[in-house]
Design a protein around this ligand. Structure first.
Ligand SMILES: *Cc1c(COP(=O)(O)O)cnc(C)c1O
Length: 392
């Protein structure tokens, strides 16, 4: 056995190098502050990666999770638990959807959506109508099928053969979509705001066209709200900004408050497509995760909570736009992309880390996904530090 004098060497010796990690060893967290193993504090404007929507170790969330882990931590999905039923009831009540499948990640939620879309079409029209249109620059996950769904060539490498049946249309290009939406297509899958793709919002006209064209041909609309969902954009679902409810919506990241969950929600039309034997997950809907999820749902639906998300978002946008280094600010609510004039986004993130500020990138932009619970004072400090970094 080797001995290691630091965590990073020990980790890298034993865990695959699938991430370009920063040299931060997180040890604890409280509110919006992450503390590393040397006691250095960081203000987290990334919520982990959009996951810790209530910040670190929120009291009510942690109490709910701990109570559940002491009551019953897991049981087979051949049985029921009360907490799963409570979580599912609340989520249907908030979203207006009829039913859901519970999994453990965004990619799994999207896999479920893809299976539902294909089976819906197969049951009704038979073979040959299995294609799914996704958008160029989208991101839908890391499994082989969700990599296929991801509309970026750089993800379609090494792991051949990929799952067939995905067609890529240009975002915000209605005629390209029209042309590709032929009789082989069973669904169109969109992110209202492309997250990994660079925090780009879809145009209202384009979203209107997606829904119109799809509804005319009984083609399902799938909204990947893995990153935009659970209050991130200032509405519970980003679709509400567009006045739209997809046939299928997937959620993950923020809805568990930092625990692994993936949800695939469907309307009435698709709610009986999956039947016993067609889909499943050993850990899906884990009671501890559902307890955390329910605590998130309860918080984000408190009176005024989502309004405060929108207000904080407005503050960030206004402040950042004052900076000469900022070319543009994109996104919706607390999902923010910052295009810089001269600086490299990755370098900015490194400098910020050094100065105790955690940021993310998306393509060539700096990306912010602050905890929804962030306080005005913290935001003022964080944004003024960020502006200082951008301007120095
Ligand atoms: C993060 C993300 C995913 C993948 O989620 P995982 O939990 O990593 O599988 C899928 N779609 C979107 C829009 C995402 O942001």
């Amino acid at each position: 056995m080797n001995t290691y004098n630091n965590t990073i060497d020990k980790f890298n010796e034993h865990v695959m190098l699938t991430y370009g990690r920063f040299p931060l060893v997180a040890e604890s967290g409280s509110g919006r502050t992450c503390v590393d193993e040397n006691g250095k504090k960081y203000l987290d404007l990334g919520s982990g990666i959009g996951t810790n929507s209530l910040g670190y170790c929120d009291k009510k969330w942690a109490d709910a999770v701990c109570a559940q882990v002491r009551a019953i931590q897991h049981t087979s999905n051949y049985y029921y638990t009360g907490i799963q039923a409570d979580f599912a009831e609340k989520l249907c009540e908030i979203t207006g959807y009829s039913k859901m499948f519970l999994g453990n990640s965004g990619a799994e939620a999207n896999e479920c959506a893809i299976k539902i879309a294909r089976k819906y079409s197969f049951d009704k029209y038979g073979k040959g109508r299995h294609n799914i249109i996704t958008l160029v620059n989208s991101f839908h996950g890391r499994t082989l099928t969700t990599l296929s769904a991801t509309g970026q060539d750089s993800f379609h490498n090494y792991f051949f053969p990929f799952t067939e049946g995905f067609i890529y249309a240009e975002a915000n290009n209605i005629s390209d979509l029209k042309e590709k939406l032929d009789d082989t297509v069973c669904a169109v899958m969109i992110e209202y705001v492309q997250g990994e793709g660079g925090v780009n919002c879809l145009d209202k006209d384009f979203v209107d066209a997606v829904y119109e064209l799809c509804s005319a041909k009984d083609v399902l609309v799938i909204a990947d709200e893995v990153q935009t969902g659970a209050g991130r954009t200032g509405k519970f679902l980003a679709g509400q900004h567009y006045g739209k409810q997809a046939d299928i919506t997937t959620m993950a990241k923020g809805i568990g408050g930092g625990l692994p969950i993936g949800v695939c929600l469907t309307n009435e039309k698709c709610s009986t497509v999956l039947v016993p034997g067609t889909h499943g997950s050993t850990f899906g809907g884990n009671p501890v995760v559902c307890a955390g999820g329910l605590a998130v749902l309860e918080r984000v639906t408190e009176n005024g909570f989502l309004d405060s998300v929108a207000e904080k978002a407005e503050y960030i946008k206004t402040e950042l736009e004052k900076s000469d280094e900022v070319e543009s600010v994109t996104g919706l609510g607390l999902m923010i992309g910052i295009k810089l004039r001269t600086k490299n986004a990755g370098e900015v993130v490194k400098t910020a880390l050094d100065k105790g500020l955690l940021l993310l990138t998306a393509k060539d932009k700096v990306r912010l996904l602050p905890p929804l619970t962030i306080e005005m004072k913290e935001l003022e400090d964080g944004i003024s530090l960020l502006k200082k970094i951008l301007e120095e």
